[in-house]
Design a protein around this ligand. Sequence first.
Ligand code: FMN
Length: 181
Amino acid sequence: MGQENFREITPAEMTDNPFTAFGKEWALLAAGKGKKSNMMTIAWGALGVLWHREVCFVFVRPPRHTYRLTEAEPCFSVGFFPERYRDVLQLCGSISGAKEDKIAASKLTLLDTDGCPYFAESRLTLICRKISFLDIDPHNFLDGTIAENYPKKDYHRMYVGEIAKVLTRDGASGDAVSSKS
Ligand SMILES: Cc1cc2nc3c(=O)[nH]c(=O)nc-3n(C[C@H](O)[C@H](O)[C@H](O)COP(=O)(O)O)c2cc1C
């Protein structure tokens, strides 16, 4: 499986529901350069329009190894996978690339487009150009219960990625949506 299996579509042609894609299916956020790339599972994210651009928002806690790589490089990718990769997503959300080679452990196939890492097994990948970030500030929580998400006070950095490319694989979307939460 390689780059040739993917077809580029526009953000407007995407048919995924972001609530199920992020919240139920989960995604892999990949960042870094070549073999030093890393990925982590994310379940919080958003797609939309900002500053007249099509964007993807991801939320990364500073202790993550992926945070360091997202900081260091100009792009990141957000990949959505068929349901049979649930175990891989569990793995990538429970071990750190700071301690082990997560790409080897996941057995996923690392690809690269315009210097941005992504995975051949994804059914849909957004290649994003980092254009801005915003640090979550607990002083701005209007609903105090939001603070319960931060027992360690490791407030996310929100990255705004301009969607540079949407890559899809024909026939790979049928098994996308999970009933698990
Ligand atoms: C379902 C699921 C969703 C997650 N969503 C996020 C998220 O949106 N942001 C975040 O910072 N961590 C999230 N995590 C935690 C990271 O994936 C996890 O800490 C990972 O091991 C970090 O890897 P790294 O140190 O290699 O970057 C999630 C974990 C799981 C299992």
